[in-house]
Design a binder for this molecule. Structure first.
Ligand SMILES: [Zn+2]
Length: 130
């Protein structure tokens, strides 16, 4: 159980670092948020998993938007128009800046749900070479 929790944490940390969820060697993105076709170190396909990430991306966008709506309801700035405008652009900047991190974590979660059955992980987290 503890080993399984460690493995989940390791994969999620690799996702937060925008690295391959299986080996942690190769970056997931070739540009700012353009996913590479596959990991050059272990061969895990990234682009084929990208379509599985929409649910997480939708939910994380909704969660961030919800937090900003709550702040807009609770916080009363001296100028309501300026406060809401600033919060709108702050929210937009946060959503944009967090996009590659959220997508990479979504890829890591997809890997946890469906690791490539062709290349199971060894104890070290690297693909087996047998
Ligand atoms: Zn890899």
């Amino acid at each position: 159980m503890a080993g399984e929790t460690n493995q989940i944490g390791k994969v999620l940390r690799r996702g937060l670092r925008k690295r391959c969820p299986r080996c942690g060697e190769d970056p997931v993105f070739q540009r700012w948020h353009e996913v590479k076709p596959a990991c050059t170190a272990c061969g895990l396909e990234f682009q084929s998993r990208e379509s599985n990430c929409w649910g997480f991306m939708y939910l994380s966008t909704a969660a961030i938007t919800g937090i900003f709506f709550m702040v807009m309801l609770i916080y009363r700035p001296p100028s309501l128009f300026l406060g809401r405008t600033a919060l709108f652009f702050l929210g937009l900047a946060l959503l944009t800046a967090s996009l590659p991190y959220r997508k990479s974590v979504a890829l890591a979660l997809d890997f946890l749900i469906d690791p490539d059955p062709k290349k199971p992980l060894s104890e070290s987290g690297h693909p087996r070479q047998d």
